[in-house]
Write a protein that binds this ligand. Structure first.
Ligand code: ADP
Length: 334
């Protein structure tokens, strides 16, 4: 994710760069967030000051990085990109903060994964535009305050609840990103198919949108897989038939559930009688990190009514049993 040369990266990263909307007007959906952001940005511009810090929360692939780039673009400000896991010590953060230019937008992805000591440094920087640089070690160590340029922090996290309250409170505005409707995804897909020079008919667009888990990143990824299929096995046009055949080949089912989603439901039903079962037990059963299960798979399963979170654990819903073609035991939790 770091700002390396524009040609670098995997096919996915290159495609994402090419398909990224550059202005708030090009950004599809999330009407409320767009309107809120537009107000924050334009009022700050009128006052001639750096806008308040912005926190964006929501599952991966919904457009948080894209919005950070758009914010910088709309402000005509330079953008610096880093991420929580890259900040292992407070010194790493001090190095970034002390080299910011006036008005720069700092995008801190996965902000909840930043080292604790750095968090404290960030509070002070956000509030007072100052970092306290520690000089020396042990009892003789002293903090030397250093003024930094006023900047706008754009933090992104998969769940705002993961952030300590003092950090959360220092954001002037939290944008809660939500899954996209199929109709919005269709608009994104048609825009992307134009940019990729891959003609797609309306039915194909609707089919891919339906299977995209409400997520633009997934929509664009599936679009590329259907394009590959259409190029190799068809005449290059994306039709309903090519879309269905390609998506079946890549194990994306009619509701958009992918392999991990289905593994979770399958384990829940076949190993735990449909639950309730704790998150970490379920994660071990499917061989994934708890965080991945919780941040990547669950939000969509819950939102689509396949999974319920209860105080005693995760439970498969009747819709899930039905979708997986399994019969719940008579004493199933639902
Ligand atoms: P996040 O940072 O939330 O993981 P990104 O901002 O990287 O997500 O978005 C993933 C991809 O999805 C981007 O390459 C972009 O092309 C596309 N995308 C995301 N949101 C939108 C949107 N609202 N309109 C059009 N494309 C979008």
């Amino acid at each position: 994710r770091d700002a390396v040369s524009p040609e670098a990266g995997t096919e996915e990263q290159q495609a994402e760069r090419a398909l990224r909307p550059r202005t708030l007007d090009d950004f599809v959906g999330q009407e409320r967030v767009r309107e809120q952001l537009s107000l924050v940005l334009h009022s700050a511009q009128r006052r001639g000051s750096a806008p308040d810090h912005v926190l964006m929360s929501g599952p991966p692939g919904l457009g948080k990085t894209t919005l950070a780039m758009i914010i910088a673009g709309e402000l005509n400000a330079p953008l610096r990109i880093t991420s929580g896991p890259a900040i292992e010590r407070s010194g790493d953060l001090a190095a970034v903060l002390s080299t910011l230019q006036e008005g720069e937008v700092l995008f801190l992805d996965e902000i909840h994964r930043m080292a604790r000591p750095a968090e404290e440094m960030l509070y002070v920087a956000m509030e007072d535009f100052r970092v306290d640089v520690m000089v020396g070690k042990g009892p003789g160590a002293t903090a030397i305050p250093l003024d930094i340029a006023p900047f706008t922090l754009v933090g992104a996290t998969t769940r705002a609840g993961l952030l300590p309250a003092p950090l959360r409170d220092r954001f002037g505005f939290t944008a809660q990103m939500d899954f996209y409707d199929p109709e919005e995804l269709e608009r994104i897909l048609h825009r992307s198919s134009g940019l990729l020079d891959a003609p797609m008919d309306a039915e194909a667009g609707a089919e891919i949108a339906r299977r995209s888990r409400g997520t633009p990143r997934i929509a664009n990824r599936l679009l590329r897989r259907v394009r590959d299929y259409a190029e190799v096995r068809g005449d290059g046009t994306l039709t309903l038939d090519t879309a269905r055949a390609a998506l079946d080949l890549y194990e994306v089912d009619a509701s958009g559930l992918d392999r991990l989603d289905r593994a979770i439901l399958d384990s829940l039903m076949t190993k735990f009688r449909g639950g309730p079962v704790g998150l970490s037990t379920l994660a071990v059963a499917v061989g994934e990190e708890s965080e991945t299960v919780e941040a990547v798979a669950e939000p969509f399963l819950v939102r689509s009514g396949f999974l319920a979170r209860t105080p005693r654990g995760r439970v498969a819903t009747p819709l899930a049993w039905n979708h997986m073609g399994l019969t719940p035991p008579p004493d199933a939790a639902f």
